[in-house]
Design a protein around this ligand. Structure first.
Ligand code: NDP
Length: 254
């Protein structure tokens, strides 16, 4: 089965597409012949990405999106559909982290992380879900969670708790929305090297964490390709409410 061929001509809406994983997913889908909408706040980075994809013959369009704003989420979907037709797949990937030990963590940072990673992810799901229900269209959501959503780690409390909640949300929405032909699954990556964590993996605790990965390396963005294509295509047509972990094997104890 050619997973890439199954997303050909599908309209894929990717949040956080100005960042490492989101831009990688956009390149992957575009290379498979999908119609791609890239969404984030950084318009400059999105414009560069769209130019790159179009230069390679891809069909891509950028929309401005702040996932913390309900109005922005609604406008982004309206703009994406006006430009490129109904969305078929949402990759709910925008996310932030504000690492700090729990005693040092500010309430403002806690709120910002949860507001982006959980409330923002929910706003995106809700907008897509309502549109698909009203159009009787059906659709597929892939929420980007994290292994920290179900394995405890230090100094990332709001990040990990928000990812745990994203996993719960994935299962809850799958249950509610199956009747509308909407599937909701999650991808839980292990440690993939991107701008989000580059500094951390230069530190001693970061290097120690790499040594505890059974495959003894950080993930590459491309390590996620098989799982995300599986979840976003009809190859997984009877899967919903599931989480696929891609992490080089379970971490060994310190
Ligand atoms: P990056 O920091 O490279 O990218 C994060 C993206 O999120 C950016 O495009 C940023 O865009 C976007 N974003 C942040 N806040 C908002 C907002 N309010 N509205 C819209 N977009 C927003 O991180 P990664 O690519 O590494 O991470 C992508 C996802 O993968 C995240 O959800 C992360 O938790 C998850 N993940 C990453 C892992 C890793 O090891 N890298 C491991 C497991 C999960 P902009 O600032 O332009 O708005």
């Amino acid at each position: 089965m050619d997973l890439g061929a199954l997303v050909s001509n599908k309209h894929v809406f990717i949040t956080g597409a100005s960042g490492g994983l989101g831009a990688h997913f956009a390149r992957l889908y575009a290379s498979c012949g999908a119609v791609v909408t890239v969404a984030a706040r950084n318009a400059g980075k999105l414009a560069e990405l769209v130019a790159e994809l179009q230069a390679k013959g891809g069909r891509a369009h950028a929309v401005s999106l702040d996932v913390t704003s309900e109005e922005s989420v609604a406008q982004a979907f309206a703009a994406a559909e006006a430009a490129q037709g109904p969305v078929d797949v949402v990759v709910n990937n925008a996310g932030i982290s504000r690492p700090a030990l729990a005693m040092d963590l500010s309430a403002a940072d806690f709120d910002e992380v949860v507001n982006t990673n959980l409330r923002g992810a929910w706003l995106v799901c809700a907008e897509a879900g309502r549109r698909w229900r009203d159009a009787e269209h059906g659709g597929v959501i892939v929420n980007i969670a994290s292994i920290t959503g179900y394995r405890v780690a230090q100094a990332i409390l709001p990040y990990a708790a928000s990812k745990a909640a994203v996993i719960h949300m994935t299962k809850a929405l799958a249950l509610e929305w199956a009747r509308h032909g909407i599937r909701v699954n999650a991808l839980a990556p292990g440690y993939i090297l991107t701008d989000l964590n580059r500094d951390f993996f230069e530190t001693e605790p970061g290097k120690a964490m790499i040594r505890r990965v059974p495959m003894r390396r950080l993930g590459k963005e491309a390590d996620l390709d098989g799982a995300i294509l599986l979840l976003s295509t009809d190859a997984s047509s009877w899967m919903t409410g599931e989480v696929i972990t891609v992490d080089g094997g379970h971490l060994e104890s310190p």
